[in-house]
Design a protein around this ligand. Structure first.
Ligand code: NAD
Ligand code: TDX
Length: 335
Protein backbone atom coordinates (compact mmCIF):
# COMPACT_ATOMS: atom_id res chain seq x y z
CA UNK A 1 0.00 0.00 0.00
CA UNK A 2 1.13 3.51 -0.79
CA UNK A 3 -0.68 6.09 1.31
CA UNK A 4 -0.68 9.87 1.29
CA UNK A 5 -1.12 11.34 4.76
CA UNK A 6 -1.87 15.06 4.79
CA UNK A 7 -1.25 17.10 7.94
CA UNK A 8 1.02 14.38 9.26
CA UNK A 9 3.14 16.78 11.32
CA UNK A 10 0.17 17.78 13.50
CA UNK A 11 -1.11 16.06 16.62
CA UNK A 12 -3.20 13.17 15.26
CA UNK A 13 -1.20 12.89 12.02
CA UNK A 14 2.04 12.43 13.99
CA UNK A 15 0.48 9.73 16.14
CA UNK A 16 -1.04 8.05 13.08
CA UNK A 17 2.22 7.97 11.10
CA UNK A 18 4.17 6.54 14.04
CA UNK A 19 1.43 3.97 14.64
CA UNK A 20 1.00 2.86 11.03
CA UNK A 21 4.72 2.62 10.22
CA UNK A 22 5.17 0.28 13.15
CA UNK A 23 1.99 -1.69 12.45
CA UNK A 24 2.30 -1.90 8.65
CA UNK A 25 6.05 -1.79 7.92
CA UNK A 26 5.56 -2.73 4.26
CA UNK A 27 3.44 0.33 3.54
CA UNK A 28 4.90 3.41 1.86
CA UNK A 29 3.88 6.60 3.66
CA UNK A 30 4.03 10.06 2.09
CA UNK A 31 3.47 12.92 4.49
CA UNK A 32 2.50 16.32 3.06
CA UNK A 33 2.22 19.12 5.58
CA UNK A 34 2.28 22.90 5.26
CA UNK A 35 3.93 23.21 8.70
CA UNK A 36 1.65 25.89 10.07
CA UNK A 37 1.99 26.84 13.75
CA UNK A 38 0.46 23.42 14.53
CA UNK A 39 2.83 21.31 12.44
CA UNK A 40 6.07 20.20 14.05
CA UNK A 41 8.55 18.10 12.10
CA UNK A 42 10.54 17.47 15.26
CA UNK A 43 7.77 14.99 16.19
CA UNK A 44 8.80 12.71 13.33
CA UNK A 45 12.58 13.15 13.43
CA UNK A 46 13.04 9.49 14.40
CA UNK A 47 11.54 8.43 11.05
CA UNK A 48 13.95 10.35 8.83
CA UNK A 49 16.05 7.31 8.00
CA UNK A 50 13.06 5.07 7.22
CA UNK A 51 13.18 4.22 3.52
CA UNK A 52 9.39 3.91 3.23
CA UNK A 53 8.60 7.29 4.80
CA UNK A 54 8.93 10.61 2.99
CA UNK A 55 8.01 14.13 4.01
CA UNK A 56 7.17 17.03 1.67
CA UNK A 57 6.35 20.53 2.80
CA UNK A 58 3.38 21.95 0.92
CA UNK A 59 -0.19 23.16 0.96
CA UNK A 60 -3.06 20.80 0.13
CA UNK A 61 -4.90 23.67 -1.54
CA UNK A 62 -2.02 24.09 -4.05
CA UNK A 63 -3.18 21.85 -6.89
CA UNK A 64 0.07 22.09 -8.87
CA UNK A 65 2.09 21.04 -5.88
CA UNK A 66 -0.24 18.18 -4.96
CA UNK A 67 -0.72 16.76 -8.47
CA UNK A 68 2.51 14.70 -8.79
CA UNK A 69 1.66 12.65 -5.69
CA UNK A 70 -1.60 11.55 -7.28
CA UNK A 71 -0.09 11.19 -10.75
CA UNK A 72 2.51 8.71 -9.54
CA UNK A 73 -0.28 6.52 -8.13
CA UNK A 74 -1.70 6.22 -4.62
CA UNK A 75 -3.71 3.52 -2.92
CA UNK A 76 -5.20 5.79 -0.31
CA UNK A 77 -5.36 9.33 1.02
CA UNK A 78 -5.96 10.12 4.69
CA UNK A 79 -6.76 13.78 4.97
CA UNK A 80 -5.84 15.11 8.41
CA UNK A 81 -4.66 18.50 7.14
CA UNK A 82 -6.80 21.21 8.65
CA UNK A 83 -6.98 24.30 10.74
CA UNK A 84 -8.28 22.61 13.87
CA UNK A 85 -8.82 25.08 16.70
CA UNK A 86 -12.33 26.47 17.29
CA UNK A 87 -11.16 29.62 19.10
CA UNK A 88 -8.83 30.54 16.25
CA UNK A 89 -11.70 30.08 13.77
CA UNK A 90 -13.75 32.57 15.78
CA UNK A 91 -10.92 35.11 15.50
CA UNK A 92 -10.36 34.55 11.76
CA UNK A 93 -12.27 32.01 9.68
CA UNK A 94 -10.38 32.55 6.43
CA UNK A 95 -7.58 29.97 6.83
CA UNK A 96 -10.27 27.45 7.83
CA UNK A 97 -12.17 28.04 4.61
CA UNK A 98 -9.00 27.83 2.52
CA UNK A 99 -7.52 24.68 4.01
CA UNK A 100 -10.50 22.75 5.30
CA UNK A 101 -12.85 23.37 2.38
CA UNK A 102 -10.76 24.43 -0.62
CA UNK A 103 -7.87 22.13 0.31
CA UNK A 104 -10.18 19.14 0.59
CA UNK A 105 -11.72 20.06 -2.75
CA UNK A 106 -8.29 20.03 -4.42
CA UNK A 107 -7.60 16.56 -3.01
CA UNK A 108 -11.00 15.28 -4.18
CA UNK A 109 -10.44 16.67 -7.69
CA UNK A 110 -7.01 15.06 -7.96
CA UNK A 111 -8.34 11.76 -6.63
CA UNK A 112 -11.10 11.93 -9.25
CA UNK A 113 -8.60 12.62 -12.04
CA UNK A 114 -6.02 9.98 -11.16
CA UNK A 115 -8.01 7.41 -9.18
CA UNK A 116 -7.30 5.63 -5.90
CA UNK A 117 -8.88 2.92 -3.73
CA UNK A 118 -9.78 4.93 -0.65
CA UNK A 119 -10.13 8.58 0.30
CA UNK A 120 -10.54 8.97 4.03
CA UNK A 121 -11.75 12.32 5.25
CA UNK A 122 -10.85 12.73 8.94
CA UNK A 123 -13.78 14.70 10.28
CA UNK A 124 -15.17 15.50 13.69
CA UNK A 125 -18.24 15.09 15.89
CA UNK A 126 -18.47 18.89 15.96
CA UNK A 127 -20.21 18.84 12.57
CA UNK A 128 -23.32 17.52 14.35
CA UNK A 129 -23.57 20.62 16.56
CA UNK A 130 -24.58 20.56 20.20
CA UNK A 131 -26.55 18.07 22.33
CA UNK A 132 -28.78 18.62 25.34
CA UNK A 133 -28.33 16.61 28.53
CA UNK A 134 -29.32 13.32 26.90
CA UNK A 135 -28.69 11.38 23.69
CA UNK A 136 -25.72 10.97 21.38
CA UNK A 137 -24.77 11.54 17.75
CA UNK A 138 -25.09 8.67 15.30
CA UNK A 139 -24.14 8.75 11.62
CA UNK A 140 -27.69 9.82 10.67
CA UNK A 141 -27.74 12.83 12.99
CA UNK A 142 -28.23 16.06 11.03
CA UNK A 143 -25.23 18.27 10.40
CA UNK A 144 -25.66 21.41 12.44
CA UNK A 145 -22.27 23.08 12.90
CA UNK A 146 -22.02 26.13 15.16
CA UNK A 147 -18.47 27.47 14.76
CA UNK A 148 -16.61 28.57 11.62
CA UNK A 149 -14.30 25.57 12.28
CA UNK A 150 -17.10 23.00 12.42
CA UNK A 151 -18.90 24.67 9.50
CA UNK A 152 -15.73 24.32 7.42
CA UNK A 153 -15.40 20.64 8.39
CA UNK A 154 -19.10 20.02 7.63
CA UNK A 155 -18.66 21.71 4.23
CA UNK A 156 -15.74 19.42 3.45
CA UNK A 157 -17.81 16.39 4.53
CA UNK A 158 -20.59 17.41 2.15
CA UNK A 159 -18.14 17.86 -0.72
CA UNK A 160 -16.76 14.38 0.05
CA UNK A 161 -20.27 12.94 0.07
CA UNK A 162 -21.05 14.56 -3.27
CA UNK A 163 -17.89 13.16 -4.90
CA UNK A 164 -18.97 9.68 -3.84
CA UNK A 165 -22.54 10.13 -5.05
CA UNK A 166 -21.72 11.99 -8.27
CA UNK A 167 -18.41 10.49 -9.38
CA UNK A 168 -18.39 7.23 -7.40
CA UNK A 169 -15.11 8.30 -5.77
CA UNK A 170 -14.37 5.83 -2.93
CA UNK A 171 -14.74 8.36 -0.12
CA UNK A 172 -15.16 7.41 3.54
CA UNK A 173 -15.78 9.95 6.29
CA UNK A 174 -14.82 9.43 9.92
CA UNK A 175 -16.20 11.61 12.71
CA UNK A 176 -14.26 11.29 15.93
CA UNK A 177 -14.83 12.87 19.31
CA UNK A 178 -12.22 14.98 21.18
CA UNK A 179 -8.75 13.42 21.11
CA UNK A 180 -6.02 13.70 23.72
CA UNK A 181 -2.52 12.28 24.05
CA UNK A 182 1.13 12.99 23.21
CA UNK A 183 2.07 15.74 20.72
CA UNK A 184 -1.16 17.71 21.13
CA UNK A 185 -0.56 21.41 20.69
CA UNK A 186 -1.06 23.08 24.09
CA UNK A 187 -3.96 25.24 22.94
CA UNK A 188 -6.46 22.36 23.28
CA UNK A 189 -8.06 21.79 26.69
CA UNK A 190 -6.24 18.74 28.11
CA UNK A 191 -2.75 19.71 26.92
CA UNK A 192 -3.38 23.31 28.04
CA UNK A 193 -4.45 22.23 31.53
CA UNK A 194 -1.41 19.98 31.96
CA UNK A 195 1.17 22.47 30.72
CA UNK A 196 -0.34 25.48 32.54
CA UNK A 197 -0.75 23.57 35.80
CA UNK A 198 2.80 22.35 35.60
CA UNK A 199 4.00 25.96 35.52
CA UNK A 200 1.46 27.07 38.16
CA UNK A 201 -0.33 29.24 35.58
CA UNK A 202 -4.10 29.73 35.70
CA UNK A 203 -6.39 27.21 33.99
CA UNK A 204 -8.96 29.24 32.01
CA UNK A 205 -12.36 27.52 32.08
CA UNK A 206 -14.94 29.00 29.74
CA UNK A 207 -18.41 29.90 31.07
CA UNK A 208 -19.68 27.70 33.89
CA UNK A 209 -17.30 24.82 33.05
CA UNK A 210 -20.20 22.42 32.60
CA UNK A 211 -19.81 21.94 28.85
CA UNK A 212 -19.22 18.26 28.18
CA UNK A 213 -16.79 16.65 25.74
CA UNK A 214 -16.48 12.95 24.89
CA UNK A 215 -12.76 12.08 25.05
CA UNK A 216 -10.79 9.46 23.13
CA UNK A 217 -7.12 8.56 23.44
CA UNK A 218 -5.38 9.43 20.17
CA UNK A 219 -3.96 5.92 19.59
CA UNK A 220 -7.49 4.52 19.69
CA UNK A 221 -8.45 7.02 17.00
CA UNK A 222 -5.42 5.94 14.92
CA UNK A 223 -6.40 2.27 15.29
CA UNK A 224 -9.94 3.11 14.22
CA UNK A 225 -8.60 4.82 11.10
CA UNK A 226 -6.57 1.71 10.30
CA UNK A 227 -9.77 -0.36 10.59
CA UNK A 228 -11.56 2.05 8.25
CA UNK A 229 -8.65 1.94 5.81
CA UNK A 230 -8.63 -1.85 5.76
CA UNK A 231 -12.31 -2.71 6.10
CA UNK A 232 -14.43 0.41 5.64
CA UNK A 233 -16.94 0.69 2.81
CA UNK A 234 -17.00 3.51 0.27
CA UNK A 235 -19.64 6.16 0.79
CA UNK A 236 -19.98 5.34 4.48
CA UNK A 237 -19.60 7.56 7.53
CA UNK A 238 -18.08 6.07 10.69
CA UNK A 239 -18.40 7.74 14.08
CA UNK A 240 -15.50 7.10 16.46
CA UNK A 241 -15.71 7.56 20.22
CA UNK A 242 -15.04 5.83 23.51
CA UNK A 243 -17.97 6.89 25.75
CA UNK A 244 -15.88 9.11 28.02
CA UNK A 245 -17.98 12.14 28.78
CA UNK A 246 -16.52 14.70 31.16
CA UNK A 247 -17.39 18.29 31.94
CA UNK A 248 -14.48 20.68 31.42
CA UNK A 249 -14.51 21.58 35.09
CA UNK A 250 -14.38 17.98 36.34
CA UNK A 251 -11.59 17.25 33.88
CA UNK A 252 -9.56 20.23 35.11
CA UNK A 253 -10.00 19.06 38.71
CA UNK A 254 -8.99 15.51 37.81
CA UNK A 255 -5.78 16.64 36.09
CA UNK A 256 -4.87 19.02 38.92
CA UNK A 257 -5.26 16.08 41.32
CA UNK A 258 -3.01 13.91 39.16
CA UNK A 259 -0.36 16.65 39.21
CA UNK A 260 -0.79 17.44 42.92
CA UNK A 261 -1.63 21.06 42.06
CA UNK A 262 -4.23 23.27 43.84
CA UNK A 263 -7.74 23.71 42.44
CA UNK A 264 -7.30 27.43 43.02
CA UNK A 265 -5.49 27.53 39.65
CA UNK A 266 -8.90 27.21 37.98
CA UNK A 267 -10.22 30.54 36.74
CA UNK A 268 -13.65 30.95 35.16
CA UNK A 269 -13.36 33.21 32.13
CA UNK A 270 -15.67 34.64 29.47
CA UNK A 271 -17.49 31.92 27.54
CA UNK A 272 -16.60 30.93 23.97
CA UNK A 273 -19.17 32.50 21.59
CA UNK A 274 -21.53 29.83 20.23
CA UNK A 275 -20.02 27.32 22.67
CA UNK A 276 -21.46 23.82 22.03
CA UNK A 277 -22.86 22.49 25.30
CA UNK A 278 -22.32 18.77 24.95
CA UNK A 279 -20.93 16.18 22.53
CA UNK A 280 -21.44 12.42 22.82
CA UNK A 281 -20.66 9.89 20.11
CA UNK A 282 -22.53 6.69 19.36
CA UNK A 283 -19.87 4.44 17.82
CA UNK A 284 -22.00 1.29 17.51
CA UNK A 285 -21.55 1.21 13.74
CA UNK A 286 -17.75 0.99 13.64
CA UNK A 287 -17.81 -1.51 16.51
CA UNK A 288 -20.44 -3.81 15.04
CA UNK A 289 -19.49 -3.51 11.34
CA UNK A 290 -15.69 -3.19 11.48
CA UNK A 291 -14.92 -4.74 14.88
CA UNK A 292 -13.10 -1.70 16.33
CA UNK A 293 -13.32 -0.75 19.97
CA UNK A 294 -11.07 1.38 22.16
CA UNK A 295 -8.13 -0.44 23.76
CA UNK A 296 -7.35 2.14 26.48
CA UNK A 297 -9.40 3.22 29.46
CA UNK A 298 -9.77 6.96 29.89
CA UNK A 299 -8.00 7.01 33.27
CA UNK A 300 -4.94 5.03 32.15
CA UNK A 301 -4.60 7.09 28.97
CA UNK A 302 -4.96 10.36 30.89
CA UNK A 303 -2.31 9.32 33.44
CA UNK A 304 0.04 8.32 30.60
CA UNK A 305 -0.61 11.62 28.79
CA UNK A 306 0.16 13.64 31.92
CA UNK A 307 3.42 11.74 32.38
CA UNK A 308 4.31 12.22 28.68
CA UNK A 309 4.00 16.01 29.02
CA UNK A 310 6.09 15.96 32.17
CA UNK A 311 8.81 13.96 30.41
CA UNK A 312 8.71 16.10 27.28
CA UNK A 313 8.87 19.59 28.71
CA UNK A 314 11.40 20.70 26.10
CA UNK A 315 8.88 19.81 23.38
CA UNK A 316 6.04 21.96 24.67
CA UNK A 317 8.20 24.75 26.09
CA UNK A 318 9.65 25.33 22.64
CA UNK A 319 6.07 25.57 21.35
CA UNK A 320 4.65 27.80 24.08
CA UNK A 321 7.30 30.44 23.42
CA UNK A 322 7.07 32.58 20.27
CA UNK A 323 4.07 32.59 18.00
CA UNK A 324 1.79 30.65 20.30
CA UNK A 325 2.55 32.99 23.16
CA UNK A 326 1.25 35.95 21.13
CA UNK A 327 -2.01 34.15 20.39
CA UNK A 328 -2.34 33.08 24.00
CA UNK A 329 -1.89 36.63 25.30
CA UNK A 330 -4.57 37.77 22.88
CA UNK A 331 -6.93 35.14 24.29
CA UNK A 332 -6.37 36.36 27.83
CA UNK A 333 -7.02 39.95 26.81
CA UNK A 334 -10.44 38.81 25.59
CA UNK A 335 -11.36 37.85 29.17
P1 NAD B 1 -3.49 19.88 14.27
O1 NAD B 1 -3.90 21.30 14.19
O2 NAD B 1 -2.66 19.42 15.41
O3 NAD B 1 -2.69 19.49 12.93
C1 NAD B 1 -3.08 19.91 11.66
C2 NAD B 1 -1.90 19.71 10.72
O4 NAD B 1 -2.32 20.11 9.40
C3 NAD B 1 -0.67 20.55 11.07
O5 NAD B 1 0.50 19.77 10.99
C4 NAD B 1 -0.65 21.64 10.00
O6 NAD B 1 0.66 22.11 9.69
C5 NAD B 1 -1.29 20.91 8.82
N1 NAD B 1 -1.90 21.83 7.85
C6 NAD B 1 -2.72 22.88 8.11
N2 NAD B 1 -3.08 23.47 6.96
C7 NAD B 1 -2.50 22.77 5.95
C8 NAD B 1 -2.51 22.87 4.54
N3 NAD B 1 -3.20 23.84 3.92
N4 NAD B 1 -1.81 21.97 3.81
C9 NAD B 1 -1.10 20.99 4.43
N5 NAD B 1 -1.04 20.85 5.76
C10 NAD B 1 -1.75 21.71 6.51
O7 NAD B 1 -4.84 19.05 14.15
P2 NAD B 1 -5.22 17.63 14.77
O8 NAD B 1 -5.79 17.83 16.12
O9 NAD B 1 -4.09 16.71 14.58
O10 NAD B 1 -6.43 17.23 13.81
C11 NAD B 1 -6.18 16.50 12.61
C12 NAD B 1 -7.50 16.29 11.90
O11 NAD B 1 -8.40 15.58 12.74
C13 NAD B 1 -8.23 17.59 11.54
O12 NAD B 1 -8.80 17.43 10.27
C14 NAD B 1 -9.30 17.73 12.60
O13 NAD B 1 -10.41 18.41 12.09
C15 NAD B 1 -9.62 16.28 12.89
N6 NAD B 1 -10.11 15.98 14.24
C16 NAD B 1 -9.43 16.42 15.33
C17 NAD B 1 -9.89 16.08 16.61
C18 NAD B 1 -9.16 16.52 17.85
O14 NAD B 1 -9.67 16.34 18.95
N7 NAD B 1 -7.96 17.07 17.75
C19 NAD B 1 -11.05 15.30 16.75
C20 NAD B 1 -11.73 14.88 15.60
C21 NAD B 1 -11.24 15.21 14.35
O1 TDX C 1 -8.78 27.25 27.61
C1 TDX C 1 -9.80 26.57 27.37
N1 TDX C 1 -10.81 26.54 28.29
C2 TDX C 1 -11.97 25.85 28.10
O2 TDX C 1 -12.86 25.86 28.96
C3 TDX C 1 -9.96 25.82 26.16
C4 TDX C 1 -8.88 25.82 25.12
C5 TDX C 1 -11.12 25.12 25.98
N2 TDX C 1 -12.11 25.14 26.91
C6 TDX C 1 -13.33 24.35 26.68
C7 TDX C 1 -14.01 24.56 25.35
C8 TDX C 1 -14.59 23.19 25.08
O3 TDX C 1 -15.83 23.04 25.76
O4 TDX C 1 -12.90 22.99 26.69
C9 TDX C 1 -13.60 22.23 25.72
C10 TDX C 1 -12.61 21.64 24.74
O5 TDX C 1 -12.07 22.70 23.99
P1 TDX C 1 -10.98 22.45 22.84
O6 TDX C 1 -9.84 21.70 23.41
O7 TDX C 1 -10.72 23.77 22.18
O8 TDX C 1 -11.75 21.43 21.89
P2 TDX C 1 -13.14 21.52 21.10
O9 TDX C 1 -13.56 22.91 20.88
O10 TDX C 1 -14.10 20.60 21.79
O11 TDX C 1 -12.66 20.90 19.69
C11 TDX C 1 -11.78 19.76 19.66
O12 TDX C 1 -12.49 18.57 19.44
C12 TDX C 1 -13.00 18.32 18.16
C13 TDX C 1 -10.69 19.93 18.60
O13 TDX C 1 -10.03 21.15 18.80
C14 TDX C 1 -11.26 19.85 17.21
O14 TDX C 1 -10.21 19.90 16.25
C15 TDX C 1 -12.00 18.55 17.06
O15 TDX C 1 -12.63 18.53 15.83
Amino acid sequence: MKILVTGGAGFIGTNFIKYIIEKQPAWEVINVDKLTYAGNLENLADLNDQAKYNFYRGDISDKKFMEPFFKQGLDAVINFAAESHVDRSIQDAEPFIKTNIMGTHVLLELAKSYGLNKFIQVSTDEVYGSLGAKGSFNEESPLSPNSPYSASKASADLLCRSYYTTYNLPVLITRCSNNFGPYQFPEKLISLIITNAFEDKIIPIYGDGLNVRDWLYVTDHCRALEFVLLKGLSGEVYNIGGHNEHSNLSLAKKILNLLGKPQSLIKFVKDRPGHDRRYAINSTKITSELGWQPAYTFDEALAYTVSWYLKHQDWWKRITSGVYQEYYNQMYNMV
